[in-house]
Ligand binder design. Structure first.
Ligand SMILES: C[S@@+](CC[C@H](N)C(=O)[O-])C[C@H]1O[C@@H](n2cnc3c(N)ncnc32)[C@H](O)[C@@H]1O
Length: 224
């Protein structure tokens, strides 16, 4: 597996049995088991076609005894016994939040979550914050011309030790001390500027516009 985004997900796995929700090809659970990061894993997908490809890849690699394959909407049809980590990567932030919110056992067992939203990261971060999940680590990564952030979170049931402000919604706990971190800040600054410019034309939007534009400038200064 040579995808920086999926490798970053693998780096945030902590336990012995990970469920990869929306596994598609199954490469991530295969990598986790092949590299001794997990003893066993679950490859789950809502669609038959990607699941068939995951099953074929897992069989070819001789890993069928260690990786179970599940046709499931989110975690709905997945046996939760022994699962230490849940990975949901490559989907929109709203769908990821929905999948997490429908599996209450994640809270009860304080499962390690590894979440990589393609869009709507602000929605996901707000969902985590208001739902009592603390983001404990965040790994920015670059794949080709795209930059992503992978979040590690766990349920604590208490208010996280940071504010749910605009900076958290856009950058989470990413820091600009790596090349990928700086690239993430610059990308989020562009997004803040686009939203801020749009808000300038909205009725009563000027305070929010200034807040977006000021944060964009601050992120750029932090990268310099
Ligand atoms: C873009 S692929 C991402 C694959 C891989 N996780 C990655 O990050 O490269 C999204 C996968 O999620 C699956 N998916 C979408 N909605 C889902 C849901 N509600 N439950 C489980 N899988 C879902 C799709 O069938 C697809 O295989």
């Amino acid at each position: 597996m040579n995808d920086n985004r999926l490798l970053a997900c693998a780096r945030l796995v902590r336990g012995s049995r990970a469920a990869d929700v929306g596994t598609d090809h199954g490469y991530l659970p295969m990598y986790l088991v092949q590299n001794g990061i997990c003893e066993s894993a679950l490859a789950c997908d809502i669609n038959e076609k990607p699941l068939a490809s995951a099953r074929e890849n897992i069989e070819k690699a001789g890993l069928s005894d260690k990786i179970g394959v599940y046709l499931s909407d989110g975690l709905g049809s997945v046996p939760c016994e022994g699962i230490t980590d849940v990975i949901v990567a490559g989907m929109g932030g709203e769908l990821i939040a929905d999948i997490i919110s429908r599996a209450n056992w994640i809270k009860q067992r304080r499962v390690n979550l590894v979440l990589q939203p393609m869009t709507k990261w602000d929605h996901l971060r707000e969902f985590l914050y208001t739902g009592g999940f603390e983001v404990t680590s965040e790994l920015p990564c670059q794949e080709g011309k795209f930059v992503y952030s992978v979040m590690q979170a766990a349920y604590t049931g208490t208010k996280p030790p940071y504010d749910c402000d605009l900076r958290y919604l856009y950058c989470g706990i990413v820091t600009p001390d790596t090349e990928a971190g700086r690239a993430y800040y610059l990308r989020q600054a562009q997004r803040l500027e686009a939203v801020g410019r749009g808000l300038l034309h909205a009725p009563d939007g000027s305070a929010a516009a200034q807040e977006h534009l000021a944060l964009a400038q601050k992120l750029r200064e932090l990268v310099l």
